[in-house]
Design a binder for this molecule. Structure first.
Ligand SMILES: Nc1ncnc2c1ncn2[C@@H]1O[C@H](COP(=O)(O)OP(=O)(O)O)[C@@H](O)[C@H]1O
Ligand SMILES: [Mg+2]
Length: 236
């Protein structure tokens, strides 16, 4: 495998009990890329993310990360290996403050230098302003910034981001997109994100995988991500 491939998924299958969901999914992401996983509701995008972070075990196939097979590795070990996960619906700890949420992220990512908190506050100044506030009292957009900050503070090489625009007002979505692009530019973080919002896909994705019924049915290559190509695949 060439050294610039960060994540290499081959023939992945996963199911909930006896119900198969993912079927023979292949996906390959190069270091520093920003790639979208798109598709309509219920096609298996979240299931794919859960499999990649290790919350759901693959029944067949393999996941290689930085060249090593992580298919059977536990989720917390994957986090320590540098994979950050921001679940759909964000899941911040509502009864902890903003700062406490960030501290949890820091230890989950394997410790890392304490100065990272200032880095996160630099990207998302509202989090610094609200650092002593309970996370559950933040707006949807603020919680999304916190969830991203909580993943980033562990210093991940790869972040898995599930529907960042969901329940977030458009100007904050734009802010989040700008920050994600800066993070990739400044730190080189690779980003795989799930999204159904056309504008977010168009402004963030360099390339897309298209899912239908648990399978990757198409790809939109670099340079071809456009309103027409994305609409055609999402049937908007
Ligand atoms: N915890 C679960 N148990 C059983 N079935 C599930 C569970 N989560 C999702 N599913 C089913 O798996 C399929 C894929 O769901 P999901 O990955 O959440 O899709 P998407 O994120 O693309 O909307 C759907 O048919 C959904 O109903
Ligand atoms: Mg989903």
């Amino acid at each position: 495998m060439p050294p610039d491939i960060l994540l290499d998924v081959v023939g992945l299958h996963a199911s909930y009990g006896a119900t198969p969901v993912l079927q023979d999914v292949d996906l390959r992401i190069g270091r520093g890329e920003i790639v979208a996983l798109i598709g309509r509701n219920g096609v298996g995008k979240t299931t794919m993310m859960r499999c990649l972070i290790g919350l759901l075990r693959a029944t067949r196939g393999s996941i290689r990360y930085r060249g090593a097979d992580i298919t059977r590795m536990a989720a917390d070990d994957r986090a320590r290996q540098g994979i950050g996960y921001i679940p759909q619906g964000r899941d911040v700890f509502p009864r902890m403050t903003v700062e406490e949420n960030l501290l949890v992220g820091q230890s989950a990512g394997g410790g890392g230098p304490g100065g990272r908190r200032d880095l996160i506050y630099g990207y998302f100044p509202i989090l610094k302003e609200r650092r002593r506030q309970m996370a559950g009292t933040l707006s949807g957009g603020q919680q999304q910034q916190l969830a991203i900050g909580r993943a980033l503070i562990g210093g991940p090489d790869l972040i898995l981001l599930d529907e960042p625009s969901e329940g977030v007002q458009p100007n904050i979505v734009q802010l989040i997109v700008r920050v994600l692009r800066s993070i990739r530019h400044d730190i080189g973080t690779t980003i795989l994100f799930v999204e159904q919002n056309l504008d977010t896909i168009l402004t963030l994705a360099e390339r897309c995988y298209v899912m239908e019924k648990g399978q990757v049915v198409a790809q939109i290559p670099m340079g071809e991500v456009s309103q027409e190509s994305v609409r055609q695949h999402l049937l908007l």
